[in-house]
Design a protein around this ligand. Sequence first.
Ligand SMILES: Cc1ncc(COP(=O)(O)O)c(C=O)c1O
Length: 370
Amino acid sequence: MPDKKSHIPWAKPDFWGNEIQYVSEALASTWISGGAYLDKLEKQFSETFQKKYALAVSNGTTAIHLAYLGLGLKPGDEIIVPGFAFMAAANIALHMGLKPVFAEVDKDTWCLSARELPKYISSKTKAIVPIHTYGNVCEMDAIMKVADAHKIPVIEDCAESLFSKYKGKYSGTFGKINTFSFQATKTITTGEGGLVVTDSDELNEKMMLYRSHGMRRKDKFYWHELPGHNFRLTNMQAALGVAQLEKIDFILSERKRVYEEYKKHIANQEDVVLQKIEKDVDPVIWAVALKLNSKTFPQGRDKVIEQLRETGIETRPGFYASSLLKIYQQHSLPVCEDISKNVISLPSFPSLKNDDIVFICEQLLKLKNR
Ligand SMILES: Cc1ncc(COP(=O)(O)O)c(C=O)c1O
């Protein structure tokens, strides 16, 4: 095998089917802002996730924002989020004057730990936001048990776990409101985009208003019932999503192939440990991530990223733990910090070839003790 390949990106959106045709049709229809593709995308999500309502929005961050607004969260309220994850849920909390309280994650699954959860709950806790990191799914039974005992609503952030399952049910079917992202690297993409699902009439009503200026256009133009945002997805973007969903079985099988191929070449060993997937979880891995043993990789994770880049391989570090980021100024979370410093995620997109995966694994393992 050569030591240098042409560039292997960390992620790449793939268009497998009718994307160009449907986007052109959306344009030709002149329904740009609302339209038939939006209706179709929402219908497909509400049917697939068996939720009464699905609302397409402009991205996964506005999806979370909408969920907080739907729940009526107010300045001073607390939400619990994992201290190791992509921080959109925490950032929107800060924007709304809420306090994100960061919780420890499980040292092996890297997801919110139900065992740890009770110690972060206070009388001000108004939502728990499990984040299904890298496509793994949090231990939802145990999390729901804690949340239900305290009557706290759960918002699942499924940005990274579209179509991953826990005990045979999709992530995004457990919480009161659940959010998705269709950003370019995600399992399906609409360019930028997102969506929320819920069974609640009341929450749907409120989120629909907040999504679009607080107006109900059909009844009364320009009548603002509440100070809404513009969080709408366009019909053209929804057209992309509908085309991607037509190919979803293929996309998922390719993602599974990529993950299985990595597992073949990086079987769990002491030096590199893959994110643990519990037996209850059937994951659609969004990003194959592993933890480097700091003794075997004395150069450190960031140097490994640099060394891989020299061979044409683009990787990403683990998310920075909340306690390492100045903007949050919170308690230290040793497990999150350890994961954060040693995790690396590898190229994981569905059209990644098996021989590229072999090359990536060889190059990574060559960096031991270097
Ligand atoms: C877990 C998680 N939540 C939320 C988001 C935000 O989604 P978006 O980029 O679509 O706003 C992301 C990343 O994109 C994410 O990984």
